[in-house]
Structure formats: C-alpha cells, structure tokens
Design a protein around this ligand. Structure first.
Ligand SMILES: [Ca+2]
Length: 136
C-alpha cells in the first residue's frame, strides 16, 4: 500500500514536470525576429524597429514584458496588455506609431540601434526571465 502511494506520487511529479516544460515552451516561441537598425529618417532614425513574432501555436499576452537594448542598458520598453496571436508579429519603433504593427514605440528622441557597432536586443517576460535575444 505504502509502495503504491510512492509510485503514484512519483508519477504525479513526472506529470507536473512535463506540464511545466510544455508551459515554458509556449512562452519561448515568442521571438525577436528582426532589427531594422539603419533607419531611413536622417539622424533621429525614428523609423528603426524591432520585430517580434509569435512562432508558437498559442496566443501570448505581452503585458509586463520588456524589450531592452542591453548593450547600453537603455532604453527599455514595457508592453501594455496585448494579445499576440500565433503567427502574428508586432514592431516596437524607436519613435513612430504604426497601428498596423501594434502601435508600440520607445518614444526615444535619438537613434537606439547603432549602425556601426551592433547592439543586442533582449525580450523579457513579465517574470523578468529572458525569452529571446538578437543582434544584427
Ligand atoms: Ca540606427
């Protein structure tokens, strides 16, 4: 009887571990896929953007997620509540608003992404865990 309980307990642990792995996999399917670092707008390059895509099969709420230039440590952009559907992409512009891409902007008055020395962009989830990073 006691042995059976131990086996059932062990099986429960395995099931929970598998479920936990599945849950984190879906979050990791949201990725930075492109950095348009060489903006066409002279000097301010307000049209630079970072494109983020949901490559998984589950919708992801981006509330509290943070996108940051970790090469300088700033600026960082914190997402409001926004459901990113599977297969969809959004862009975070340096200082422009494009409703068709989710209307996200760093609202930064200068260029963020260096043209000469590649920066690294990192995306963190609301727990502060790194989800994706990309350079160019
Ligand atoms: Ca740039």
């Amino acid at each position: 009887m006691r042995k059976r309980l131990i086996i059932i307990g062990a099986l429960l642990v395995v099931v929970l571990l598998v479920l936990g792995a599945c849950a984190s996999t879906s979050a990791q399917d949201v990725k930075i896929i492109y950095i348009f670092y060489d903006g066409l707008v002279p000097r301010a390059e307000s049209d630079e953007y970072v494109e983020i895509s949901n490559l998984g099969d589950q919708a992801q709420d981006l509330a509290g997620w943070v996108l940051e230039d970790i090469s300088e440590g700033y600026p960082s952009f914190t997402f409001p509540s926004y459901i990113l559907a599977p297969g969809k992409s959004i862009r975070v512009y340096t200082n422009e608003y494009h409703p068709e891409w989710g209307e996200f902007s760093f609202e930064y008055g200068r260029a963020i992404w260096s043209n000469s020395e590649p920066d690294i962009a990192v995306l963190y989830n609301k727990q502060g865990k790194e989800v994706s990073r990309k350079s160019y």
